[in-house]
Ligand binder design. Structure first.
Ligand SMILES: [Zn+2]
Length: 166
């Protein structure tokens, strides 16, 4: 077992499939604290947290577990439709507009909520570049899905269409 497998398990017990950039940010924190303490964080998140923590919340948990520094007050969760409280919003790049890619590709940008604001400054801010989100909330089957899931669904749909025209 290593920090990568601990983190994969942590995401999967919460039914989450992280985007690569997102996963790497969490992994940086796990690598900072090492394997044994990562397992402690994983067990805490599995047993005590109803929601998957943002990176900021995870740092708070690490503090509360006494892994580094002094315990801090519990951090409030953000309920954010766009990023689901993890800070990253996916954006779909089109191969028709971007010649570097051959199929629809997801990149991530920072959200406007507090979780997004806490991301490193070199992460591009979604709403600095875009006035609104790429896809409107859908009716019907996709009505209640989280925005990041909606983008993934669109990606699959568009790529299927792209392949059918080849
Ligand atoms: Zn957000």
């Amino acid at each position: 077992m290593n920090t990568t497998t601990v983190l994969e398990t942590m995401f999967s017990v919460h039914g989450r499939r992280p985007l690569e950039a997102q996963f790497n940010e969490y992994l940086k924190v796990f690598d900072q604290i090492g394997l044994n303490d990562s397992v402690k964080v994983f067990e805490h998140v599995r047993d005590k947290e109803d929601k998957f923590p943002t990176i900021r919340q995870m740092r708070g948990i690490i503090g509360n577990l006494g892994i580094w520094g002094k315990p801090k007050a519990n951090i409030e969760y953000d309920d954010c439709y766009y990023c689901q409280g993890v800070g990253y919003i996916p954006y779909l790049l089109s191969p028709k507009k971007d010649k570097r890619i051959s199929k629809y590709t997801i990149v991530v940008m920072a959200c406007k909520c507090s979780a997004g604001q806490d991301l490193p400054e070199d992460v591009e801010r979604y709403f600095d570049t875009h006035k609104s989100v790429q896809f409107e909330e859908e009716e019907g089957e996709l009505k209640d899905v989280a925005y990041p899931v909606l983008v993934t669904v669109k990606q699959t749909e568009f790529n299927k269409y792209l392949r059918s025209k080849e």
